[in-house]
Design a protein around this ligand. Structure first.
Ligand code: HEM
Length: 449
């Protein structure tokens, strides 16, 4: 069924009948809205009113200048998601969120995260030892495993590998439904007592048990700094000396796991796919790696010189932003781009579409890492490119993620070239984040052979 446009005077452009279109092809749908109706589009999902916003000025208004008038969207308050992340940084609001963000921030300071670079490279080298020249691998699966290793090591330190593996396995099961059910279906499904949902709740309880045990063992050991993220969260305290409760720690740990693992794996996965389609960019990457590293493994200190590697990562995040839509809900009536937006309206801002807007990017569908010169970056409207969101709720892990992705890309590309397997069709599934539907099979070729 085609979407019907119903002009709606000063409230904006209203289109009805969108659910079938949206469910069939969410990305095509949000692209078409922008193409057909412009920068501000009003629509409705069942009974839920929603606006789609496509201009950097209005995105800046919602995420930054007017951020106090917006909370996280309805989809973040579903029982499924709440059970998983509780009141962690991604979902909490108001003064509670502000305090938690203040307490968690030092864990992400540059000096602290620099220390994680060596863990990232070490885990990556360990993975490469298992790769054989000429074999074909699902690169999405490999990247998911690798970033899972890294997040468990950086969160919990290497000494608790056994428990960390239990956490990783439980989380992989818990996020399964998000992977297969695109669109809004899971919001409804997870309320029903199906066997799948009962399994979900059982696994969630097991996960809680392990995380709480790790926390209590750390407390019993006097919160000694083990160099990991959990140590920082355990030690964090307010001016009045108050610290996070076990439950808050649990919520933040699961949130960091969830927010930081798949997003990073996906950026790498899409990066490998794009590089396999653009041998000239791959050639330039190797040149940089040979010049800067001369065959040794990369270190955090190499980052400023791995400029082209970083450009590749930025361009991958432009074309395949894992968080392909950023959402909010209005608290009070307001105006966006000349349209009146009532309280309790969902407001969606899709990097997927804005990152491909020809007003801001020439040849927007083309993979052109070299576009990311300092001049281009400073001339670009701030919210024309927002893979990490923006304003006070900007991704707390953005520097951590950039460091991880650049270091892993450098470590892997130094040794191997990745070729798309013959007959491999790549289909995107916009689930919780932007995944390849059936993985991406790639042939691993030793660069030096
Ligand atoms: C390429 C990788 C990543 C991408 C694309 C990404 C994207 C985002 C985006 C778009 C937001 C804002 C959501 C909103 O405004 O509603 C966000 C928030 C967040 N991200 Fe990331 N992220 C990445 C990696 C990470 C990593 C590595 C961590 C932690 C280790 C992390 C932790 C968080 C947390 C805790 C928040 C909530 C922050 C708050 O509201 O205070 N992310 N991320």
């Amino acid at each position: 069924m085609a979407a019907t446009l119903i002009p709606h005077g000063p409230k904006g452009k209203f289109i009805l009948g969108v659910m079938p279109d949206f469910n069939r092809d969410p990305l095509g749908f949000i692209e078409k809205l922008a193409r057909d109706y412009g920068d501000v589009v009003r629509t409705q999902f069942f009974y839920v009113p929603a606006y789609f916003i496509y201009h950097p000025d209005q995105i800046e208004q919602v995420l930054a200048t007017d951020n106090k008038n917006f909370i996280k969207p309805l989809s973040f308050r579903t029982p499924f998601f709440q059970r998983l992340v509780g009141n962690g940084l991604l979902t909490s609001e108001g003064d509670f969120w502000r305090r938690q963000r203040r307490l968690a921030q030092p864990a992400f300071h540059r000096e602290r995260i620099n220390g994680y670079g060596a863990i990232m490279v070490k885990d990556c080298l360990k993975m490469l030892e298992t790769w054989t020249d000429g074999e074909t691998l699902d690169i999405h699966l490999e990247m998911m495993r690798l970033t899972m290793e890294i997040v468990t090591h950086t969160l919990f330190n290497v000494n608790v590998t056994d428990d960390a593996e239990k956490v990783a396995a439980a989380l992989a099961t818990l996020v399964e439904p998000f992977g297969h059910q695109a669109t809004l279906k899971w919001i409804l499904d997870n309320r029903l007592p199906t066997p799948g949902n009962r399994r979900f709740h059982k696994t969630a309880a097991r996960l809680d048990e392990v995380v709480y045990r790790i926390i209590s063992e750390r407390r019993a050991g006097g919160n000694e700094d083990q160099g990991d993220l959990l140590s920082m969260l355990l030690q964090a305290h307010d001016e009045d000396g108050s610290q996070m409760t076990d439950q808050q720690l649990r919520d933040e740990v699961i949130t960091l796991f969830l927010a930081g693992q798949e997003t990073t794996a996906l950026t790498l996965t899409w990066g490998w796919y794009l590089l396999s389609q653009h041998p000239e960019a791959e050639e330039k990457l190797w040149q940089e790696l040979d010049e800067v590293l001369g065959g040794r493994a990369p270190e955090t200190g190499d980052m400023p010189r791995l400029k082209f590697t970083e450009m590749i990562v930025k361009e991958s995040l432009r074309l395949y932003p894992p968080a392909y839509v950023v959402g909010r809900e209005s608290v009070k009536d307001c105006e966006i781009g000349g349209y009146r937006v009532p309280a309790s309206t969902q407001v969606f801002m899709p990097p997927w579409v804005v990152h491909r807007d020809p007003r801001f990017f020439d040849e927007p569908d083309k993979f052109k890492p070299e576009r990311w010169t300092p001049e281009f970056t400073s001339a670009l409207p701030k919210y024309a490119y927002f893979p990490f969101g923006g304003g006070p709720r900007i991704c707390i892990g953005n520097s951590f993620a950039m460091m991880e992705i650049v270091l892993l890309m450098a470590t892997i590309a130094q040794r191997f070239r990745l070729r798309l397997a013959p007959d491999q069709k790549v289909t995107i599934i916009p689930a919780m984040s932007l995944r390849p539907r059936d993985g991406i099979k790639m042939k691993i070729v030793n660069r030096k052979s």
